[in-house]
Ligand binder design. Sequence first.
Ligand SMILES: Cc1ncc(COP(=O)(O)O)c(C=O)c1O
Length: 565
Amino acid sequence: MNRAPKVKSNLEYLRKLFIMPDSPDKFIEFGHELLEMIHDFFKEKGGIHSSITLPELNYIFDKTAIPDEPHLIKDVLSEIKTKIIAHSVKVGNPYYIGHMISAIPYFMILLEMITAALNQNQVKIETAKASSFVERELVAWLHRLIYEKPEQYYRKNIQNPQVAIGNVTADGTLANLTALLVAREKAFPAQKNFPGARTAGMARALAHYGYARGVVIVSTRGHYSIKKAGNLLGIGEENILSIPVDKHNRMDLGKLDRRLKTLEKGDDAGTKLIAVVGIAGTTETGNVDNLKALAEIARETGAHFHVDACWGGSAMLVDEYRPLFKGIEQADSVSIDAHKLLYCPMSMGIILMQNERDLNLIRHSSQYIIRKNSVDTGRFTIEGSRPFAALKPWAALKIIGREGYGLLLKQAKKSTTTLQTLIDGCGNFETLNLPELFILNYRFIPETVRQKITFLQNRTGSASAEISPKRREQQIRKVNHLINGLNIKLHKALRRDDTSFVSRTTLESTRYRPQRIVVLRAVVVNPLTNAQILEEIVDTQNRIGLEIWEEFKPVYKRICEEYQL
Ligand SMILES: Cc1ncc(COP(=O)(O)O)c(C=O)c1O
């Protein structure tokens, strides 16, 4: 930028920027240039990540002061191209199957332009006219997808400004926060001599109702946004109680039952159960809690039932997935992310409320906007200013349609199954979850080691075995520990190889539970990822895995000798 021609700081030039850059022609010209730049980014072959190092990026972006003089748009665009686009992660690459992010339909980029061009602020009708109605229509569509209330219900509430059957939020974190904010109000409602938790605060709410603390229950697979909400709402992170999961990563109902019973006794006496959170598609494993059972428990205990369907909720567009979500229709609230399975760009969440009056519990008004008797959407939201993000899922649901999403998600399932088949067929891998919603957890484990561990596992507990079950468990732990190290190393090597990308996590819920197992995590939702690509990915992982295994072999040999394996 240093040698770029300077621009005179005159108001006339700046004014033109506001109407359109320099002239209408320039606007179109830059528009074309910009689209070409974006297109080039997508056409580019090669690695998923740029080879630039983090210290090098630090060096590029280390100017500590705001530039004084204006720069030409074309110079800044060229800087964006060389310094930013060139070093962005190709999350849409079909070999990128590591996170809940995928390719997006190209029309999303154009819709994003409309959002920016219109620059509506969804907080109030004075700054968002038609877009407020679009947002409410989108909320109704998704509400109906989940709750399937009668047509008259939606006729009455879809555009009724006195209620909100849901909010569009910045992301899933805000959607979950909104749900728990409502839950807290319901747990400590206003009554005579008490104005409600939102006015009085948590300390007075607990004192008024005679409780020592309020808790929220979620499984150990819960997304960390639930803990954040615990912090922000004054509930306390330690009062977000994590219930262990079963072997399919669903909240263990037996353990939940036992935990609920202890809540009534001893040190836990005086605990108010604010909410039970079910997960419909856990972040790490994509599994769905038994929502029907959790709904029943929430009803019996009088707690708010929230379903975090940020990941999986959109799969309800496809009839064959609906049985997986049984019980979701009983949830008091449901959160869904548009930037996940609706294939929208970052970011937009949505919170849906079964009871159209619930969001009134957090309703706000102000003198200059969102007045009490206004029709402003902002009366019901945590956020103030909000973009017209709803345009993207609203238009996408029309352009792609329910049928189209059905095909996309069927393809995602097919790809997940293909990957699992390749993994299981290779011999040097082990699948470690039941992939319900396009997420597969697995690890690299050389065939001989896998066979040994399976043999040991099958003999654990056997009375005829010559070694005690405890000793055998120690052996399994030791080998697993080694394989954990191997998978961490493999994951780092795959990052360096950079021809593909999967993520990594550690699970305590695999068949080796409670031992924590390092797993590779594939999220297979990109419709451009095909069987041949998956085969290449598995081949690469197998090849590099076997190379690294050579380093681990001597240690494995020592373990075998020490434990007489
Ligand atoms: C199950 C679940 N809930 C909530 C979130 C939070 O969503 P966001 O990142 O949009 O805030 C995620 C994100 O991955 C998630 O997987």
